[in-house]
Design a protein around this ligand. Structure first.
Ligand code: ADP
Ligand code: MG
Length: 501
């Protein structure tokens, strides 16, 4: 007899319908899985056999063939266990075939028939939205996560036995509720109030957060670069529901979702400089999102920027430009979102003391030149804001009163972002000043005569390149927004010019 079960596979962060066809016929006992299964999927056979037996059902000693359609897409992971087991129970006449077609079914089985949490549930269930189904059956641990992106009832189940009982009508399950735990302001324990002095750096970071600009901090060890970077998420606006869902999907397919539900905090990722290209950008045999995608809608912090291998830094170019990464595999090309704010930090010279007035720098000009050249021009071009972070002054560090709180800075950032949101409402994929294209610059960054004179003089005196010119205009636009000013004034430009390199 033949039974068909609807399940789903994650392709990138999207779900793809997969039909599991199970045919049981007389003949020598065999059990084959076809339809481009990976090794893990083939191992399903043993789990399904034990799980069925240990749940009180028979494993038919017949000729069993399982087909996963479409056969053109490679099937990865263990989530096919449950649909295969259900199909087998139906095809061998132990449960009725008809009710199965009403559900999307996914889950990994352990040998005793219990269901285990799967990766990518949130992505997989979104494939069947709008279909005429009674609901989705998946492991209880994935239920609240799946309910976020599903408009069908989601039933979390604990074991194969429970699933088969539901399909036979002897148990009526309760649907899970999506946990849209209010998207709240950052509940981080970190706060900018702890950063003493460094007003210039703090202001620059506020501008960066307000316009979504990438930042490079250059300063001697101990000046507080890492401390400042870690606090950037505390001044960013909360994620929108769409942003939260997209980011949660990435963590879901990566198997890194720590909470059962929607991620509400912007991610902060700080990979070590020894990170491999694959870990940074994504890929591997089963394509995994990399750090650039795990930082989606949050901050990617590259500390000791000059220590990163050249190849690792170069692969950042695509996500910095397109806000996605493309991973090519033999069978398919996958894309993952990778829209992040890049925050990089480095010392001013190999010994680190160059800009420290209290310490002596022992580096030769050639060493310094070589050190600075480690960061390639194309990457520097994509970083709008460059700041020197001086050593903390003793008078600042000994101050008792706390600095301005993250909450206060954040309010200004949120207001500036609201202005940008309104401005770019019709511009499609542009949300912040940093994302402006040349046509937007012409439209939204017009200067008065004083402003254009200032910029002209700066170009001449400082030898600003065309790239730097555009970056300065974008940053000036953000500064004007923070000031609540419709037009870009000369003093906005003057501040923006300071952040060039
Ligand atoms: N501006 C500052 N205010 C308060 N503490 C600071 C400041 N700058 C540095 N520190 C202290 O020095 C330590 C080292 O700072 P860190 O951020 O690691 O410096 P860097 O990354 O520039 O080498 C921090 O953990 C913090 O305790
Ligand atoms: Mg540091």
């Amino acid at each position: 007899m033949l039974a068909k079960v609807l399940t789903s596979a994650a392709v990138g962060i999207d779900g793809l319908d997969v039909e599991v066809e199970v045919d049981v016929s007389n003949g020598l006992p065999t059990f084959n899985i076809v339809g481009l299964p990976s090794v893990e999927v083939k191992e399903s056979r043993d789990r399904v056999r034990s799980a069925l037996k240990n749940s009180g059902y028979d494993f038919p000693a017949k000729r069993i063939i399982v087909n996963l359609a479409p056969a053109t897409v490679r099937k990865e992971g263990a989530s096919f266990d449950l649909p295969i087991a259900v199909g087998l129970a139906a095809a061998s006449g132990q449960i009725p075939v008809e009710p199965i077609s009403k559900f999307l079914i996914l889950g990994e089985l352990s040998l005793d028939g219990k269901l285990k949490r799967i990766r990518g549930a949130l992505c997989m269930v979104s494939a069947v939205n709008g279909r005429d189904l009674d609901g989705i059956l998946l492991p209880a641990e994935n239920a609240r996560e799946a309910a976020i992106s599903s408009n069908l009832p989601v039933y979390g189940v604990k074991s194969l036995g429970e699933v088969l009982a539901i399909l036979q009508g002897s148990i009526t399950p309760q649907p899970a509720k999506a946990s849209f735990s209010e998207i709240t302001e950052s509940d981080s324990l970190l706060d900018f109030a702890e950063v003493k002095g460094q007003e210039h750096a703090k202001r620059a970071v506020e501008v960066a957060a307000a316009g979504g600009h990438n930042v490079l901090m250059i300063g001697p060890p101990g000046s507080g670069k890492t401390m400042i970077a870690r606090r950037i998420p505390t001044i960013l606006p909360s994620m929108t529901v769409e942003e939260a869902i997209e980011t949660t999907k990435i963590y879901s397919v990566a198997g890194l979702l720590k909470i059962d539900g929607l991620m509400t905090q912007r991610p902060f990722r700080s990979p070590h400089h020894t990170v491999s290209d694959v870990a940074l950008i994504g890929g591997g045999r089963i394509p995994h999102p990399g750090e650039v995608s795990l930082a989606n809608h949050g901050v990617l912090f590259l500390d000791e920027f000059t220590e990163f291998r050249q190849s690792a830094v170069e692969v950042l170019r695509q996500p910095l430009e397109d806000r996605i990464v493309t991973i090519s595999r033999a069978q398919m090309t996958l894309t993952f979102p990778a829209s992040f704010m890049l925050v990089a930090a480095m010392n001013p010279c190999p010994c680190g003391n160059l800009t420290d007035p209290m310490k002596e720098c022992r580096c030769s000009p050639r060493d310094i030149e070589r050190y600075r050249r480690k960061v390639s021009e194309p990457i520097l071009d994509r970083i709008d804001i460059h700041i020197e972070v001086p050593p903390v002054r003793y008078t600042d560090i000994s101050k008792q009163d706390p600095g301005e709180s993250s909450a206060k800075i954040r309010r200004r950032v949120v207001d500036a972002r609201a202005i940008q949101h309104e401005r770019f409402r019709s511009a499609g994929s542009v949300f912040t000043s940093a994302q402006m294209a040349p046509s937007h610059l012409r439209r939204y960054c017009t200067l008065d005569s004083e402003g254009s004179d200032l910029l002209k003089a700066a170009c001449r005196r400082l030898g600003l390149s065309a790239r730097s010119y555009a970056k300065t205009l974008k940053v000036a636009r953000t500064i004007a927004d923070l000031d609540g000013s419709v037009s870009i004034k000369a003093h906005h430009l003057a501040e923006a010019i300071q952040y060039r390199y």
